[in-house]
Design a binder for this molecule. Structure first.
Ligand code: APR
Length: 183
């Protein structure tokens, strides 16, 4: 497998709401009405217009709520980012493999960003906070999705924005392992 996609992927530790990128991804919930974690931070930084835009998305496209693995785009309002892509990661369950749903969050966000002409996109570590997905398993999914999909969007630069250095280090270890085995 080619590793050219690795040049399109960067990661950092920080607050995703501060990033000057075309779009940031929000780890939302079905309601799209905001919440804690990164969702709360994004709504606070974007301002109240974001909630109104999310209500419109619900009314017009997802009256029963945004399903796991789906995506919806709104403006970024007061954020430095032009757009917010809202996605719903799966709640981790030991007894049920939901890896395809987490992969869908990343895959569909890449496609939606590219559809809107974005050349820079930042992700938080979807599902690994309140939704309890084990970090390493999630990181492996991220690497696989990026390896498979970034070659389709050669103009797109992706930043993974971790909230702690420990998460960034844990991702680095998984990334090293995945790229070693796919070289
Ligand atoms: N910037 C970047 N990452 C952040 C930020 C931030 N400002 N705030 C939190 N994080 C990190 C967390 O540390 C975690 O690694 O984002 C990751 C995802 O955690 P959560 O926000 O808890 O998201 P998730 O696990 O997908 O749970 C979604 O939480 O906030 C609610 O409405 C949301 O119900 C939904 C659930």
């Amino acid at each position: 497998m080619s590793t050219a996609w690795t040049n399109q992927l960067n990661w950092m530790t920080g607050d995703i709401t501060r990033l000057e990128v075309d779009a940031i991804v929000n780890a939302a919930n079905h309601s799209l009405m905001g919440g804690g974690g990164v969702d709360g931070a994004i709504h606070r930084a974007a301002g109240p217009e974001l909630l109104e835009a999310c209500k419109k998305v619900r009314r017009e496209h997802w009256p029963d709520g945004l399903p796991d693995g789906e995506v919806a785009l709104t403006p970024g309002f007061s954020l430095p980012a032009r757009y917010v892509i809202h996605t719903v990661g799966p709640v981790y369950a030991k007894t049920k493999d939901k890896s395809h749903l987490l992969a869908n969050c990343y895959r569909k966000s890449l496609a939606l960003a590219a559809d809107h002409g974005c050349t820079s996109l930042a992700f938080p570590a979807i599902s690994t906070g309140i939704y309890g997905y084990p970090f390493e398993a999630a990181a492996r999914i991220v690497c696989n999705v990026m390896a498979e999909n970034l070659p389709n969007y050669p103009e797109l630069q992706v930043t993974l924005c971790f909230f702690s250095d420990a998460d960034a280090r844990a991702f680095q270890a998984v990334f090293d392992e995945v790229t070693r085995t796919t070289e």
